[in-house]
Design a protein around this ligand. Structure first.
Ligand code: DX5
Ligand code: ZN
Length: 583
């Protein structure tokens, strides 16, 4: 998951990676000054869309006051010394930040040794002295603390922080090109110039979008939130003759032109001061492009205002989701060597297998055994043939199809059409879990669509009829027992069931935590079954992982359903094996 934390909104991008490829991605944003609220909403929505639970994220955003410095480090050894990677690392570690700041991006500019100058990397070279120059971006410690606090509230760990312009440079700049970034944030405006050698000029100023909103709010005598909305709706550096306030804001005795009389000088001053600060560097490094981003880039005509100060430079305007998208691209590009290695490894295994198969002139006999692990469709893409191939490769013989009608549980998922599609792709057993009202109708539908086992939910009207319908069609029938229900609820129907499925989570979503109380229920059911000589199987659904699985087996379970644990593991067959382990 990648997040862009801004002062007045959060943007998020999440990816699901399978077999070294992105197989699903989602974008979501919330504009709100309450960053904790915005962050939680974004995470919830992305988790819902991707079907997984995130614990950590890559972070970008405007991290408050920041500045840039070139630093040089010098190490002297008594005798000739072979320079190693760890020497360079310790030089980097020595870069000291001024009080209250710490370095975030450190870019090596040059290594000099007395004998060799400007070498790319001195590692392996023998010398007595190593001098290196770095460019470093430093960020305000207070802001970073605030951000960590916000993330902690949302139970998210930061894997790494990246300044948006650092990312922009890495993703957008071609070799030998110089580009400039201007990021119009809510609390800070940052501008920088990047060459092959990293940033050569970097400037963060505290005058930004929120100051403009404050100004509008004072002059209009309107609350800050109204002023912010008016700014977003109205600000236009090319105001049209007929531009009007939206009906919600028409109560203010101001016109759009009045608002723009505040907006235009504000941006004129801001851009002029950026121009004056960097004029010398523009002349020296001659950037071919200015990339403008951040909330301020949304203002109509801002590029023309910039063009008046930087007439010969091409201006590119980026959307508000640019920073978070760029972060995603940067991380993904960094993963490239690992992806290539993964694909090469798979290829080698396949080639070796093919060679062995050729030696014997026939496919080696694989003794298929049925494993009592049921992957849940909620967490897999059942439209892709690869999913079924993967299941087969791990000896899966039963698929657990989750169906939710939006009434019995809040969500709608699966459905009879999906069940039919799965049936068409899968010759094995289909174990259908109906989290629906009207169990009799759904049971009939599920049987017609190809179910082999139908699991019904308790607390539904017509449950007994539904059991009869399934039995009459010679399919297996079971009941899912919700976490809050006790085993005694099933007393009167136990003899009619082929299966009791114990829910270890509240039905409705994958990725929830396993409820330990169910272990006792499994033992009670197991004892009852023995005592009365009954034949029903006991399965468990929800929160299964390699640890909870062992508890279930020990208590007497016969089969386990697993969604997120299997879906999130890098190696599917291995994950299936790990669920089969009995202590
Ligand atoms: C929950 C479903 C389960 C769920 C299992 O309503 O019935 O089948 O997908 O997913 P995990 O293993 O992630 O809890
Ligand atoms: Zn289920």
């Amino acid at each position: 998951m990648c997040l862009d934390l801004g002062a007045c909104g959060v943007r998020g991008m999440a990816y699901r990676i399978r077999n070294a490829e992105i197989d699903r991605s989602a974008y979501y944003s919330v504009d709100d000054f309450d960053t904790v609220f915005a962050l939680k909403s974004v995470i919830d929505e992305l988790e819902r869309q991707i079907g997984t639970h995130f614990e950590s994220a890559y972070i970008t955003g405007n991290f408050g006051p920041s500045f840039f410095k070139m630093t040089a480090k010098n190490t002297v050894w008594a005798n000739d010394h072979k320079i190693t990677a760890s020497d360079i690392k310790s030089q980097i570690a020595e870069i000291d930040a001024p009080d209250g700041f710490y370095p975030m991006h450190i870019i090596p500019l040059r290594y000099d040794t007395p004998k060799i100058r400007n070498m790319l990397s001195p590692v392996g070279h023998s010398d007595r002295q190593l001098v290196s120059a770095f460019s470093a971006l430093f960020f305000d410690g207070e802001y970073m603390k605030k951000i960590s606090e916000i993330l902690r509230h949302a139970h998210i760990r930061a894997t790494a922080f990246y300044a948006p312009q650092f990312l922009g440079n890495s993703v957008m700049r071609a070799r030998k090109q110089t580009i400039m970034f201007i990021d119009f944030g809510a609390e800070n405006t940052t501008a920088s110039i990047w060459t092959d050698r990293g940033p050569v000029w970097y400037n963060g100023r505290a005058v930004a979008g929120n100051d403009l909103t404050t100004e509008i709010s004072t002059r209009l005598n309107a609350p800050f939130s109204d002023a912010e909305r008016i700014k977003r709706n109205v600000a236009d550096l090319h105001p049209g003759e007929f531009a009007r306030f939206s009906p919600a804001d028409s109560a203010y005795a101001f016109s759009c032109a009045d608002v723009n009389e505040i907006v235009i000088p504000f941006y004129k001053n801001l851009i002029k001061s950026i121009h004056d600060d960097c004029a010398e560097y523009i002349e020296k490094y001659n950037p071919s492009k200015i990339v403008i981003c951040g909330g301020g880039a949304r203002i109509n005509g801002i590029e023309d205002l910039i063009a008046t100060h930087f007439p010969d430079i091409q201006i590119t305007k980026k959307d508000t989701d640019w920073a978070v998208r760029t972060l995603g691209e940067y991380i993904w590009a960094g993963e490239l060597p690992r992806r290539r290695a993964y694909i090469a490894r798979m290829q080698r295994v396949q080639n070796r297998f093919a060679r062995i198969a050729r030696i014997f002139h026939r496919k080696p006999k694989t003794q298929k055994r049925n494993v009592p692990i049921l992957p849940s469709t909620l967490c897999f893409d059942m439209m892709r043939p690869e999913t079924y191939t993967m299941f087969r490769a791990a000896d899966i013989s039963v698929i657990h199809v989750d169906i939710m009608d939006g009434l019995y549980v809040n969500r709608i998922a699966g459905g009879l059409d999906e069940l039919r599609t799965i049936r068409a792709s899968w010759a094995g057993h289909l174990h259908v879990h109906l989290m629906t009202d009207a169990p009799a109708e759904w049971a009939r539908g599920a049987i017609d669509a190809g179910a082999d086992t139908v699991i019904l939910s308790t607390n539904t009207a017509g449950l007994r009829d539904a059991i009869k319908i399934v039995r009459a069609s010679n399919r297996r029938v079971g009941i899912a027992l919700n976490p809050e229900s006790s085993v005694s609820l099933l007393k009167s129907v136990l003899r009619d069931l082929d299966e009791v499925m114990i829910m270890a989570v509240t039905p409705g979503a994958a990725g929830q935590e396993f409820n330990q109380d169910v272990i006792h229920k499994i033992s009670v059911l197991n004892a009852t079954r023995k005592k009365y000589g009954l034949k029903f199987t006991i399965s468990v659904d929800g929160g299964i992982n390699d640890k909870t699985a062992q508890l279930c087996w020990a208590a007497g379970a016969d089969a386990l359903v697993s969604g997120s644990y299997l879906a999130n593991s890098a190696d599917f067959p291995l994950a299936v094996q790990s669920l089969l382990k009995k202590s």
